[in-house]
Design a protein around this ligand. Structure first.
Ligand SMILES: [Mn+2]
Length: 375
């Protein structure tokens, strides 16, 4: 049985600006994830024949030498263990850049495929395996995949493509991408297509061909939430069976908390509730507070009070005070704050869209100020 590990979008060298002062530690996570893949492959008990890297191994075309050294060390381990490494350039480490690392032949032991004309052929675990891949240069390369057909020879035929297959709506308009239709993959009759470019795990059956995006190995932002995987592909005969294996150090999570459903009366209650329910020091969390809040919300206080409960915490205030007890009680008062609340509530009731949101924010700020003045 031939066993191949398929990864893509490793983005080594990615600058993690979105986690504040944790950026250096977070950048190390990306290296550790790649290291974990290499360690998995080199473990003799796993019987891995080859590693496919389907583009964006690096976050940049011309990585700094410490990063190249790190990758070279791992490629050398792979070679010592007799494991083939084959890949294509991506969009971040694109072949179109003159300074592209893959043009310099600096990385020994990684076979970068640049043209679909010639397959790269190796015998693995007694089977002849054909790898087809190309470097795509926007505006220069044609989409050779449109007229592609594999060699008519017995063996396992694998395509490696960094591009968009089955385009989600929000990716439209990215003119620089290589676009491939699912029916083109079906027509190729390849046994497996190792994809890269979309950062979340996705598998597609196109005719007789299985095409898989493994996704990124560490989430780059909050759109890459949940576990991250390498894909272990076992060929029983010619037919591929995949097992996603988690590799990430940290998990990105988005959590919505509806305060209307919680009997919380103060910031301290909220801190206690969040710590008890969601504390997770290894994770990167986006916490979205929603619903009616019965007390002034102080996000800076919350961020510091929750301190080391999370690796990194992003807070979003989507709460409303319109339906809170405090507003209900103040609007009955014949006082300045009573008039303020009543006037704002009238305006909010008549407003729409962005104006409504601005007025709700004004009500929140006003209530906080009144409370600070006379708690
Ligand atoms: Mn990528």
């Amino acid at each position: 049985m031939v066993r191949i590990v398929h990864i893509a979008d490793v983005h080594l060298g990615y600058c993690c600006k979105n986690v504040g002062d944790k950026s250096a530690s977070r950048e190390q996570d990306f290296l550790n994830a790649f290291q974990r893949v290499v360690d998995y492959c080199c473990d003799p008990g796993h019987h891995v024949d080859a590693l496919i890297i389907a583009g964006d191994l690096f976050d940049m075309a011309d990585p700094p030498s410490d990063l190249v050294g790190f990758v070279q060390k791992n490629l050398s381990s792979m070679r010592q263990n007799g494991i083939l490494v084959v890949g294509v350039p991506g969009t971040h480490d694109a072949y179109g850049y003159k300074s592209c690392i893959y043009r310099k032949n600096q990385l020994e032991g990684m076979h970068i495929l640049v043209s679909l004309k010639e397959p790269f052929i190796r015998e693995l675990s007694g089977e002849k395996v054909f790898f087809y891949g190309a470097a795509y240069i926007p505006g220069v390369s044609e989409n050779h995949f449109k007229s592609f057909s594999p060699f008519q020879e017995e063996g396992i035929h694998i395509g490696i493509i960094h591009g968009s297959v089955g385009l989600p709506h929000h990716w439209e308009g990215r003119g620089q991408d290589l676009h491939i239709d699912e029916h083109e993959i079906a027509r190729s009759n390849l046994d497996y297509v190792a994809l890269g470019h979309f950062h979340n795990l996705k598998q597609m059956t196109c005719g007789n061909t299985l095409a898989v995006y493994p996704g990124s190995l560490e989430g780059k932002d909050f759109s890459e939430s949940g576990q991250r995987f390498m894909v272990v592909v076992d060929f029983r005969g010619k037919s591929p069976h995949i097992t996603p294996v988690p590799v990430n150090t940290r998990t990105i999570k988005t959590i919505d908390i509806n305060l209307s459903n919680q009997p919380l009366e103060s910031m301290n209650d909220l801190v206690t509730y969040i710590s008890r329910t969601y504390s997770d020091p290894a994770s990167i969390i986006s916490l979205n507070l929603q619903g009616a809040c019965q007390f002034p919300l102080d996000l800076e206080y919350l961020r510091h009070a929750l301190g080391d409960q999370f690796f990194y915490l992003q807070l979003k205030d989507s709460t409303t005070v319109v339906d809170s007890d405090i507003v209900s009680s103040w609007k009955e008062e014949r006082t300045i704050r009573g008039m303020y609340v009543t006037t704002l509530l009238h305006k909010i009731a008549r407003a729409e869209g962005e104006e409504k949101l601005i007025l709700e924010e004004a009500l929140k700020i006003g209530i906080t100020s009144f409370m600070e003045a006379s708690p």
